[in-house]
Ligand binder design. Structure first.
Ligand code: AMP
Length: 419
């Protein structure tokens, strides 16, 4: 029933309305930026190690085309980004200092400044002193409860810093926060940047005009997030390959024993529905045939490959097996387009990375057009050193999910319409 409901309630229609809405909005190239003060909402919510060092700066790197474009227009740039979840109070470990340092490396010829606050008198003074081509990084807006509350006063203060607003924060575009949404009420001219444009373009490739056969790979362990995606992809994708921790809830739904493997019992009925209904919508769902099992994730006493019919009570499934890898490769070999969200095993452990790595390598070697979504799949590509060889890695998982479901992205909705 679930799939039919998703189709009936017009989610796909709403999705297309979403895309049309985006096409009506101003992009950075539609704005008169010359010599202006521009507030750019970026999503520099980068992963940090325990020493506070950035482990992956893709979210910074991907905004460089927009920042260079603004510098060429002689703008004064004010950057605002959240980092982590400080829950409305100052947390020193979530200050934007590491990002500030990285920006200085990317822009050695510019004057890069960092404010200790996000709004207030001192910030205003710093903005007043900015010269063309200076870049000012504001402090974490999530240090203020007003940010998440989308508080009008906070939004107004932020807006007062600039003449133009540009959004590059795709990964946060589904949030109605002061810096992503409220601020737009108090600034006349606002548009989206190049990263945002690219993300939305790839989104439309996934949903609108996929090259066929179109295969979606879903892995990882958060079953409920991905089930929402499946609902919207059935009827669009030709094949859905399920791996990673997700696969075990599917195998359980089909009546297999899964030992101590990860599962989401609350989703069993839903999963049964998908398995039953998908053939009616011309979408094939593929599950592993064999899996790598061990006794425990961290210090396994044994690791072996078993067919899915032989998973024992003491087994924990941690990767797809060699027979499955070969079967998945055959499906992928015939595919013209692939979207991949979630690793196929516990890739962080070298012993369990094989499935994810083999499939990633195959897609690259065969030059199959592949879009990667979700932080962990991106981290896996980064770990294997494949990040620059894949067609596109998206910076936002949640926002793309919202779009697929037909929910209007607030950060797009609030931008200026094209004239
Ligand atoms: P997600 O955020 O849902 O994409 O999940 C990503 C995480 O799933 C990664 O950290 C993987 O280690 C984990 N994962 C992949 N396969 C399995 C598995 N078989 N059992 C448990 N966790 C898994």
């Amino acid at each position: 029933m679930l799939i039919s409901e998703a189709q009936k309630n017009g989610s796909k229609k709403k999705y297309f309305e979403n895309i049309l809405l985006f096409r009506k909005k101003k992009s950075i190239t539609d704005l008169d930026l010359r010599n202006k003060r521009v507030l750019v909402r970026v999503d520099f919510n980068v992963p940090l190690d325990k020493h506070g060092r950035i482990t992956d700066d893709r979210r910074i790197r991907f905004t460089l085309p927009t920042l260079h474009y603004l510098l060429n227009e002689n703008c004064k740039i004010i950057l605002v980004s959240h980092l982590g979840r400080p829950e409305g109070k100052v947390e020193d470990s979530l200050r934007l200092t590491p990002i500030y340092k990285r920006l200085k490396e990317y822009f050695p010829l510019n004057n890069i400044l960092k404010a200790e606050e996000c709004i207030g008198k001192k910030v205003k003074q710093m903005v007043k002193n900015l010269k063309p081509r200076d870049i000012l990084l504001l402090e974490n807006p999530r240090f203020y409860p007003e940010e998440k509350e989308n508080d009008p006063e906070f939004s107004k203060e932020l807006a007062s810093l600039a003449e133009i607003y540009v959004t590059e924060a795709f990964a946060t575009a589904h949030r109605k926060h002061a810096s992503t949404y409220g601020v737009c009420n108090y600034i006349d001219e606002k548009g989206y940047g190049f990263l945002m444009e690219k993300e939305l373009k790839f989104m439309s490739i996934i949903m609108e005009k996929p090259k066929r056969p179109y295969t979606v790979i879903l892995g990882g362990k958060k079953v409920s997030d991905k089930l929402d995606v499946i609902k919207y992809l059935i009827g669009i994708a030709d094949n859905i390959i399920i791996g990673g921790g997700m696969a075990y809830t599917f195998l359980l739904a089909k009546g297999y024993r899964i030992g101590k493997s990860i599962r989401d019992l609350s989703k069993l009925d839903e999963v049964r529905d998908y398995l039953e209904e998908s053939p009616n919508f011309k979408t094939n769902i593929y599950l592993p045939r064999d899996v790598v099992v061990c006794d425990e994730y961290l210090y396994p006493k044994f690791v072996k490959v078993v067919p899915i019919t032989n998973i024992e009570e003491k087994h924990v499934g941690v990767d797809i097996g060699p027979e499955t890898i070969e079967e998945f490769k055959k499906i992928l070999d015939k595919s013209k387009q692939v979207a991949w969200n979630g690793p196929l095993g516990v890739f962080e452990n070298k012993q369990f990375e094989n499935g994810t790595k083999e499939i990633a390598r195959f897609l690259i070697e065969k030059k199959i057009f592949t879009i990667i979504g979700g932080g962990d799949s991106a981290a896996a590509f980064e770990k294997f050193g494949f990040q620059d060889e894949v067609s596109f890695i998206s910076t936002g998982g949640g926002a793309s999910l919202y779009m697929m479901q037909g929910t209007v992205l607030p950060a797009i909705e609030c931008l200026s319409d094209k004239e």
